[in-house]
Design a protein around this ligand. Structure first.
Ligand SMILES: Nc1ncnc2c1ncn2[C@@H]1O[C@H](COP(=O)(O)OP(=O)(O)OP(=O)(O)O)[C@@H](O)[C@H]1O
Ligand SMILES: [Mg+2]
Length: 331
């Protein structure tokens, strides 16, 4: 009975990363990159993964596609719609990438062939997923229409360089959602765009994702943006998840000093003037982080006890947090 229930839960989750640790070997030494990362995305849910550069966001999201660094050793598990990604053979992985998971990257120009027409890009994507050429050609204009591209038939004949960055990212979104995947990985999808275009693209992504019931893992360093669009958010620091909470509660009452510092470092304009406080020190990779709490060198609340071991997760308010004294983290 319990097994059946667990199987049903696994099916409902678009993504379940469970206790994922990952290390590579460089010049004969072990370099740990992720430690005990657990991230869950239910179908239809929007989940944020935030943290400074190098915290492990891309490594985590790419693990859902089975794209790991060369020679990586892992413990823990990654399942997408119940399929074991880390144990999958090449054929299963290919099938998974074709049908169940799509990814949108930061720079659309880097991930689309510049010498092929946009129409070919879209129809090839559909055909790779088993749609006939005739049906693919029929569906392509609708796909572009849905993402707000005017004159879709004309657009299909154009080349990527004839589109602005924002318009090209719309094309990528159309392609990524054309197969109605269960999981969409969006790794900094708007970082290369100006603010207005960013808002339009994020709005479109949300609308499309909700319409298809797709689970989305939204990777960004922008906590304000994540809080605005995500149901839940994971905060990452030095290869670990340090806090998880709903978007609203994380914004209102952060429980980890790092989350609070990230909020203070973002140029939000809620008050009369934006006050931006940079986080002291620089972000660290897991391999160079101190023992105990990785953030303690930069933390204004750090005490000796913070060096004694990695803080275990505990519930505090609406958060699950890896900090010994979250009650001292005032909002
Ligand atoms: N293939 C690899 N081999 C060795 N180290 C790697 C590899 N890929 C990433 N890393 C290291 O792992 C850490 C996390 O990298 P990752 O790309 O996941 O960071 P990120 O949070 O996505 O950062 P950014 O915001 O800059 O994109 C970094 O220290 C990076 O140098
Ligand atoms: Mg990244």
């Amino acid at each position: 009975m319990l097994q059946k229930k667990e199987a049903e839960t696994a099916r409902r989750d678009a993504l379940d990363i469970s206790g994922l640790s990952l290390a590579v070997s460089r010049s004969g030494t072990d370099v740990p990159l992720l430690a005990g990362v657990s991230v869950r995305v239910a179908r239809g849910e929007t989940v944020g993964l935030v943290g400074e550069s190098g915290s492990g966001k891309s490594l985590t999201s790419r693990s859902a596609l089975g794209m790991l660094p060369r020679g990586a050793r892992t413990t823990g598990g990654v399942t997408v719609s119940g399929v074991d990604v880390l144990g999958a053979d090449r054929r299963t992985l290919r099938e998974l990438r074709r049908t169940r998971v799509s990814m949108i990257f930061q720079d659309p120009r880097a991930s689309i062939n510049p010498v092929r027409r946009v129409g070919d890009y879209l129809t090839e994507g559909l055909r790779a997923r088993g749609v006939s050429s005739r049906e693919a050609a029929e569906r392509a204009p609708d796909l572009l229409d849905q993402v707000g591209i005017r004159d879709p038939r004309g657009a299909l004949r154009r080349f990527p360089h004839e589109f602005s960055g924002g318009m090209l990212q719309r094309v990528m979104i159309a392609g990524a959602l054309s197969t109605e995947p269960e999981l969409l990985l969006a790794d900094e999808p708007t970082t290369a765009l100006d603010v207005t275009t960013q808002a339009e693209v994020v709005g479109l992504l949300k609308t499309m994702q909700e319409a298809h019931g797709t689970g989305m893992l939204f990777v960004t360093h922008d906590l304000d943006l994540a809080a605005a669009i995500c149901d839940r958010i994971y905060v990452m620091y030095a290869g670990r998840i340090v806090e998880e909470a709903t978007g609203a509660s994380l914004f209102r009452s952060p429980a980890h000093p790092y989350t609070r510092a990230l909020l203070e470092a973002s140029p939000s304009v809620h008050g009369e003037k934006a006050v931006v406080k940079a986080i002291r020190g620089r972000p660290l990779a897991l391999a160079e982080a101190p023992s105990g709490c990785s953030f303690r060198d930069r933390c204004p609340l750090a005490e000796e006890s913070c060096a004694e071991g990695v803080p275990p997760y505990r519930a505090h308010g609406a958060s699950t947090v890896a900090c010994l004294r979250p009650e001292e983290v005032a909002p």
